[in-house]
Design a protein. Structure first.
Ligand SMILES: [Zn+2]
Length: 132
């Protein structure tokens, strides 16, 4: 849920789902610019649904030259930071079988407390539930 300038709640559920990933998921980068010896597994820090990209901790590192910003307390010099990766370039690492997998959904018979359908993400490899 996001709020607009007027402070009203804007429904985001009607937007097409760009990714089944969530913040905190462990993902593996499968394609794209992967440097030799670079890490390919990291944790999702941010999801950019507009551009279909995810920011993954420790992955897709780029060097930026920074002049420094005393207000934000950022140092000058060359800084290494993560660049967002397109969602199609990463796969979720299943917490159960520890393999990179595509995500499926399972609808649970028991509904949520608010009466809504309880849909959970499942691993397409081991079919285990990913979320609690
Ligand atoms: Zn699995």
């Amino acid at each position: 849920m996001k709020s607009n300038k007027a402070g009203e709640t804007v429904k985001t559920t009607s937007l097409p789902r760009v990714t089944k990933l969530k913040k905190g998921d462990r993902v593996k980068q499968i394609t794209g610019k992967i440097k030799t010896n670079a890490a390919t597994i990291g944790t999702v820090k941010e999801i950019d649904t507009k551009n279909g990209r995810v920011l993954v901790e420790g992955l897709n590192l780029v060097k930026r030259h920074s002049k420094g910003n005393p207000v934000k307390n950022t140092p000058a010099g060359i800084i290494t930071k993560e660049a967002a990766i397109h969602v199609s370039n990463v796969l979720l690492v299943c917490p159960k079988c520890l393999k990179p997998t595509r995500i499926g959904y399972k609808i649970l018979e028991a509904r949520k407390e608010n009466g809504k359908i309880n849909k959970v993400r499942i691993c397409r490899r081991c079919h285990e539930q990913i979320d609690d």
